[in-house]
Structures are given as structure tokens and as C-alpha cells.
Design a binder for this molecule. Structure first.
Ligand SMILES: [Zn+2]
Ligand SMILES: [Zn+2]
Length: 385
């Protein structure tokens, strides 16, 4: 951030905090919290990186800073600039001052202030390195756990205003059900974290299974698989692919399959898989079973390039259209042109020769001709699109 921009942004948060030098590496003045002025001095390194700032102040401010130093240090690392940090610092100071004034009145009720100090104590006992982020109102925070293969997993904990009497709600990146939290009035963040890590353990085999697929095949969808993604669309060859949906708790069991592409390519594969299903061996990995049962070598990053499998749609000339990739193809082996479902559906519906019929293919099948080779092509309406 340029110095002028920085000083304007700081001025808006703390109008009485001023730079003492032209480089704006030293700031001095007052920060006003709950109507009270506290003396604050900020020393920045020469590159003005606020993450390495030193905070100094009068004894009152120092007292507040000391009791919340972990949180303040954490916010210093995670805010994008000095002004944002200052506004979060004000927020934290407001909480601490509120907490102290209420503690002095010795109110027994669960107030926001006692809740926030409890949360901070909880994080301290859990370990600050496990905190990934916290919102300034202390009502939600994100914890991080590192898997054995270096993968990172997150749990977001939303605290109820009645915390800890009412259990928090959690969202995770786990592939299975949402985390069923066991919670009592005495539970702490450490208990949540333990339960989260136990759940992570249950999915280890699942992540190994999908990691093998991600490394050894071309995964067309999702574009960047997340730890919670159970499905993979794996390239089989030119404009044909198979989508597998893995059971996260039993990843070596037979997954759900969906073949996509031109009939003349995928039908023989589907038949071969169905004929060999009895040979599915749960002692082996999913990918190794797939290779054996289909009797093919999947195209892999070691043997081919991604462009070989990302041919654009023959109608809209793009590969990705509103997140979808071409998953239909002309059935004429000499043509094989790929299309998005929506493009082909619209194209055939708009043709004067296109007609919808009740046929052996079922209700709402549209017939027409391939825009490229003019050979008959059909598409079945899918209700979920
Ligand atoms: Zn298209
Ligand atoms: Zn065609």
C-alpha cells in the first residue's frame, strides 16, 4: 500500500494516530476505545510490513495487550494492512475493557465478554498453532489439522451466543456426513478438535484412494478436487470418461459408475465392467480394480497431456460452460465431436427437423442430426438439469 493510501486508511480508523516520519514506519498517538483514549505507538520495519509491527503503549494499553497477546499476534499476521489490523485491535480492546468492567461488577451471567475470554483461554489450552482464523466478534473460528501426508483439513466452529450451554455448530471439509458433535456444558474447543481428528482418521483410506486416482489418471471433474469431493470424472480416451462416486467410509467397495461419451465407445466398456463385476477385489485399490475389470490403461499425466482430453464443445466452442464440460459426443466413430449437454439439447430442440418422441429410448428423447457430420444423433432430457 502506498504511504498516502495507508495514512488515509489509518486516519479513518484512528484519526489521532499519526506517522512520525515520512516513510511511515513509526506511528504515535491515541487510540480511542469505548470513549477512553489510550496511548499507542507502532514501530514498523523498513519495508512497512505491518505483520512485523511492534506495539507499545501506556501501562493501561500494555495490560490489555499482554492478556490478549496471542490473539493480537494472530490478527497481526492475518490482516491485509495496518488499518484493518487497527480496526480489529480496537474491537479486541473493546471486548477486553467490557470484560474488565463487568468483572469488576462481578456479574455472574454469561455475557459476550466472559464468553470471549473463555474462548481465548480454550484456544490457549488447545494450542494457538491450531487456530487458522477467528472473526473479530469471537463468534466463529476455524481450526486446522495437518494430515500425515501434509494435507490440511479445516473445521469451522460457530459459537452460540449461549456458549457453552448451547453446543456450537461445526462445518468441516470431511467427505461424509456432517460432524456429530458430542457436547456437554463442560466441553471445550479441545474436545471438538479431538472429535474432528478422530473423524479425519476414518477417512484416511478414502483420501488415499482418491489421491491415487488424482495422481495416475486425468481427472476432468472436479477441476480442483477438494477433500470433501467424493466423485471423480476420469478420462478414458477421446471424448469418453467414467464418473466414479466413492463411498468415503468404504472406499475399496464397488463405487457408483456413470459412463459418458459416444455410445460406440462407452457401451463396450460398460458391458465389460458389468461382466467382470464378480472379480471386484476389496483387497485392492479402486483404481487397480478398475484397470483390471475394464482391461485398460487409463491415460495418465505421465503418458499424455491434459489438452488431449479437454476438447471444446462443437456448438459453443468453449470447454467449460457455466462449470460444465462437454459430456456428450456424436456416435459416429468418424466424427466423435463432443458437446455440452445443454448446447446439444438446445440445438436439437431448435431444429425444425428436431422432434420429441416417446420411443424405446423413453419419453422426451430429441432426435436430430449432428451439426458436424449430419449423422442422426439423439439426446434424452435429464430432469435434474
Ligand atoms: Zn457447448
Ligand atoms: Zn457427428
Amino acid at each position: 500500500m502506498a504511504t498516502l493510501e495507508q495514512s488515509q486508511a489509518v486516519y479513518e480508523v484512528c484519526p489521532r494516530l499519526v506517522p512520525l516520519n515520512r516513510q511511515q514506519t513509526c506511528w504515535d498517538g491515541l487510540i480511542c476505545v469505548k470513549g477512553q483514549d489510550l496511548h499507542l505507538r507502532i514501530e514498523l520495519p523498513d519495508d512497512r510490513d505491518h505483520r512485523r509491527a511492534k506495539l507499545l503503549g501506556d501501562w493501561l494499553l500494555n495490560q490489555h495487550l499482554r492478556s490478549y497477546r496471542h490473539l493480537i499476534g494472530q490478527r497481526l499476521q492475518n490482516t491485509p494492512d495496518l488499518a484493518t489490523f487497527l480496526s480489529e485491535l480496537k474491537n479486541i480492546l473493546e471486548h477486553t475493557m467490557q470484560h474488565q468492567s463487568e468483572a469488576s461488577k462481578s456479574q455472574p451471567s454469561v455475557t459476550m465478554a466472559t464468553q470471549c475470554s473463555q474462548v481465548i483461554g480454550d484456544i490457549g489450552r488447545l494450542g494457538w498453532e491450531k487456530l487458522s482464523s477467528i472473526d473479530p466478534s469471537f463468534s466463529s473460528l476455524q481450526l486446522i489439522s495437518e494430515g500425515p501426508n501434509g494435507s490440511k483439513h479445516y473445521i469451522t466452529v460457530h459459537l452460540d451466543p449461549q456458549h457453552p450451554v448451547v453446543a456450537p455448530t461445526c462445518t468441516t471439509d470431511l467427505p461424509g456426513e456432517t460432524l456429530e458433535l458430542h457436547w456437554t456444558h463442560q466441553s471445550t474447543l479441545a474436545d471438538i478438535y479431538t472429535q474432528f481428528e478422530e473423524s479425519l482418521g476414518k477417512y484416511r483410506e478414502f483420501w488415499d484412494t482418491v489421491a491415487e486416482i488424482d495422481e495416475q489418471t486425468w481427472v476432468l471433474e472436479p477441476e480442483r478436487p477438494m477433500p470433501s469431493d467424493r466423485s471423480r470424472r476420469i478420462a478414458l480416451g477421446n471424448n469418453s470418461s467414467v464418473q466414479v462416486t466413492v463411498d468415503p467410509l468404504y472406499p475399496k467397495m464397488l463405487p457408483e459408475f456413470k459412463f459418458l461419451g459416444a455410445d460406440h465407445v462407452i457401451n463396450p466398456m460398460r458391458d465389460k465392467l458389468n461382466a467382470n463385476l464378480k472379480d471386484w477385489d476389496t483387497g485392492r485399490s479402486l483404481l487397480s480394480n478398475l484397470k483390471t475389470l475394464l482391461d485398460i490403461q487409463f491415460p495418465s499425466p505421465q503418458s499424455s497431456s491434459r489438452e488431449d482430453f479437454s476438447e471444446e464443445c462443437g456448438i459453443c466452442y468453449s470447454y467449460r460452460l457455466e462449470g460444465a464440460i462437454p459430456d456428450r459426443a456424436c456416435d459416429n466413430p468418424q466424427c466423435n465431436k463432443p458437446y455440452h449437454y445443454s448446447c446439444l439439447y438446445e440445438w436439437l430442440s431448435s431444429l425444425p427437423s428436431g422432434h420429441q418422441t416417446i420411443s424405446k429410448y423413453g419419453f422426451n428423447t430429441i432426435f436430430g442430426n449432428c451439426p458436424y457430420c449430419d449423422v442422426p444423433i439423439k439426446i434424452k432430457r435429464e430432469n435434474n438439469r
